[in-house]
Design a protein around this ligand. Structure first.
Ligand code: ZN
Ligand code: ZN
Length: 313
C-alpha cells in the first residue's frame, strides 16, 4: 500500500532533511586553514596520526617541512639538529604524503645548508613541486656564503625560505639579518622560532629564549617586518604562542601592523589535535581571539599563506 504523508508529516520530514543538509553544508564550508609548518615522523609520531592531528585541528591544507640529511658535522651540532633530535624525516617522505593527498598536503625541499650537494638536492625537489625551502635549522651564520646560495635559489624558483632563528644555536647573527633582506630583495624570508619571536620586544635580553610579560614595541623583528616587504612571520611553535599570549594588547596592535606578513603554522608534535596538549590548536584559538577583525584573522589563518606559497587551494 502506498504510504501517503499528511501535510504535517511532510513538513516535519522536510524540516529534518533541510536541517541535515544545512549541517553537511556547514561541515564542508568550514573556514579553511593553512598550516605552513608541520613535520613527518615528528618525535616518532606515525604519519597517519599526523594526518589525523591536522584534520582534528581544523587545518585543511598543511605544508610538510623536511629535515635535512642526517649528518655528523658541526652545522648539525653533530647530528642533534632538526632531523635527528626530533626524528623528522626528509624530502622524499614529505613529497610522497603530499602526492597521496593532493591539495590537503604540500611539501618543502630542504638540506643541511653547508652540505656540498645542498643546492642540487633542494633544486631537485623544487622541480618536483616543493612550495618552500625549509625548515632551515642548522648552525650556520645567517649570512654565510652557503646560506646566500639558498636565498638566491629561493628567488630563482619563486618560493619562500623558512629560517629557524635561535641565538647561538641556529641561523646565527639575527642582528645582521637586515643585510640579507637588503641584498636579496626578490627572496621572501619567513622567520620562525625563539630568537625571531623574542625580538618583537625592543627590551629583549638575547639570552632569554621564552621571555614573558609586557612587550616594548619596536624590537628587531617588528622593524624587519615593517621595513622590508620580503620579511614574513611564521606563528608556529611554543615561541610563537608565547609571543601571542605574553602581552595581548601588544598582539592586537602587532596583528594590525603586520596583517599581511603573518602566517599560521603549528610545528606541533601532539597526537590529538585538540585539548590542552595541542599547542597548534591553542595558537589557532589565540589568533581568533586576538585578531582585531575577521578579515585580519582570515589573512593570518589562510590568505597570506595561500598567496606567498602560491598554493592552488
Ligand atoms: Zn623550528
Ligand atoms: Zn619545525
Amino acid at each position: 500500500m502506498q504510504r501517503t504523508l499528511s501535510r504535517r508529516q511532510f513538513l516535519a520530514q522536510s524540516a529534518a532533511f533541510a536541517g541535515a543538509s544545512a549541517l553537511r553544508a556547514q561541515e564542508t564550508t568550514a573556514e579553511p586553514i593553512i598550516d605552513i609548518h608541520q613535520h613527518t615522523d615528528y618525535h616518532g609520531r606515525a604519519n597517519d596520526h599526523m594526518i589525523a592531528h591536522q584534520r582534528a585541528m581544523g587545518v585543511t591544507t598543511t605544508v610538510l617541512l623536511p629535515a635535512g640529511t642526517y649528518l655528523n658535522k658541526p652545522s648539525t651540532h653533530n647530528g642533534k639538529s632538526n632531523g635527528l633530535a626530533a626524528q623528522c624525516t626528509g624530502n622524499s617522505v614529505c613529497m610522497e604524503i603530499a602526492q597521496a593527498h593532493p591539495k590537503e598536503f604540500f611539501f618543502g625541499a630542504n638540506e643541511v645548508t653547508d652540505e656540498p650537494g645542498a643546492v642540487a638536492e633542494i633544486e631537485k625537489y623544487l622541480k618536483l613541486g616543493a612550495v618552500i625551502i625549509g625548515e632551515q635549522k642548522f648552525a650556520v651564520e645567517c649570512d654565510s656564503p652557503e646560506s646566500q646560495k639558498l636565498y638566491e635559489l629561493a628567488a630563482a624558483h619563486n618560493v619562500p625560505i623558512l629560517l629557524h632563528f635561535q641565538h647561538l644555536t641556529y641561523n646565527l647573527g639575527y642582528d645582521r639579518f637586515h643585510a640579507m633582506l637588503e641584498k636579496f630583495p626578490k627572496t621572501n624570508f619567513i622567520g620562525h622560532a625563539q630568537t625571531f619571536w623574542a625580538n618583537i620586544d625592543k627590551a629583549h635580553d638575547w639570552k632569554n629564549l621564552y621571555p614573558k610579560g609586557p612587550v616594548t614595541p619596536g624590537g628587531l623583528t617588528d622593524r624587519y617586518l615593517s621595513d622590508y616587504p620580503n620579511m614574513f612571520a611564521d606563528m608556529s611553535a611554543g615561541s610563537g604562542l608565547n609571543a601571542l599570549t605574553r602581552d595581548e594588547e601588544h598582539t592586537r596592535a602587532f596583528f594590525e601592523r603586520h596583517q599581511d606578513k603573518i602566517l599560521y603554522g603549528s610545528d606541533c608534535a601532539d597526537h590529538l589535535g585538540r585539548g590542552e596538549g595541542c599547542q597548534g590548536a591553542a595558537t589557532i584559538a589565540a589568533i581568533r581571539r586576538l585578531a582585531p577583525s575577521k578579515a585580519i584573522e582570515r589573512k593570518i589563518l589562510f590568505d597570506n599563506a595561500r598567496k606567498l606559497l602560491r598554493l592552488p587551494v
